[in-house]
Ligand binder design. Structure first.
Ligand code: FE
Ligand code: FE
Length: 289
């Protein structure tokens, strides 16, 4: 057991279920068919995921996002090395399913190793290794709907291409004339950097790492769950030329994030020396989280 037993195993299961849902039901590997129509509401196996989206779409309001940004973006909670953060992320699962512990670190390693195997630059490999470290938010007792899941802009209309869009009818911003026009509070093509995204591990980690990685890596981290943008081409009217240039990098990353499950799981101990050197090349000994 650890001090985070408040993150209960139902939450853990939902976190895991969301990832499988995205990969198998919504965006299956190119050339393969979705396991089933995800809107088949009769399938009880989908209840966890539906419940997750209900809470997410109801709770992610402009005010909520600002509150979380105020709370977390001061980055004054703790200082950790990347290795400590990886270990810390693993305590997330100590008191629940051991398989899920495997999944967290394994997911990061499998992503980075698949990127490395394709001969990409070292910063891209490193991005694979760290991209989900923002999930330490779960350890600050954040509910998982405010840590993982698709991200989307707040402060303007929720695009119909967001998964389970219908659940936004519970979101107070959907009825607020300030926020429910296509542009809402934004200027056309203002650039995504000026747009507030729903709160989760992507935005948080971007702020932790923003001084240390090249721009494409930062886009990959910040927008990897912004499926409506990188898979559905929504919200182009908020993008500037920079965003459009960077989109290809986010899309390249997504292939590895979703489809890098390897039949032979990489062994962390064998790879530690390689990653240690890579981490030291880009990051200071400690980072502010
Ligand atoms: Fe992620
Ligand atoms: Fe991931």
């Amino acid at each position: 057991m650890n001090r985070q037993s408040s993150t209960n195993s139902r939450d853990q299961n939902a976190l895991h279920a969301w990832e499988e849902f995205i990969e198998e039901q919504v965006y299956p590997e190119p050339g393969t068919k979705a396991k089933e129509d995800y809107r088949n509401y009769k399938n009880p196996a989908r209840d966890t995921v539906r419940e997750f989206y209900k809470q997410n779409h109801r709770g992610q309001t402009f005010a909520f996002v600002n509150k979380k940004r105020d709370t977390y973006l001061k980055l004054n909670r703790r200082r950790m090395s990347i290795f400590e953060a990886l270990d810390y992320l693993n305590t997330l699962v100590d008191d629940s399913d051991p398989d899920i512990e495997l999944d967290q670190l394994q997911h990061l390693l499998q992503t980075s190793e698949a990127i490395r195997a394709d001969g990409h630059p070292d910063w891209f490999v490193l991005t694979g290794l760290v991209h989900d470290l923002g999930k330490v938010l779960c350890l600050y007792s954040e509910p998982q709907w405010a840590v993982v899941g698709d991200t989307f802009p707040v402060g303007c209309r929720f695009d119909g291409r967001i998964v389970y869009h219908e659940f936004f009818d519970q979101n107070p911003d959907a009825d607020d004339p300030q926020y429910n026009s296509p542009l809402g509070i934004y200027q056309p093509n203002c650039g995504l950097r000026n747009v507030k995204m729903s709160w989760g591990h992507d935005e948080y980690l971007y702020h932790v790492l923003k001084n240390y990685l090249p721009e494409p890596a930062l886009y990959m981290i910040r927008y990897h769950s912004f499926y409506a943008w990188h898979r559905e081409n929504a919200y182009d009217y908020l993008c500037d030329e920079r965003d459009r240039e960077m989109l290809q990098h986010v899309q390249a990353f997504n292939q590895y994030d979703l489809y890098s499950k390897s039949p032979k799981p990489p062994n962390w101990n064998d790879l530690r020396a390689y990653y240690s050197e890579l981490i030291n090349k880009y990051f200071p000994v400690q980072l502010a989280f």
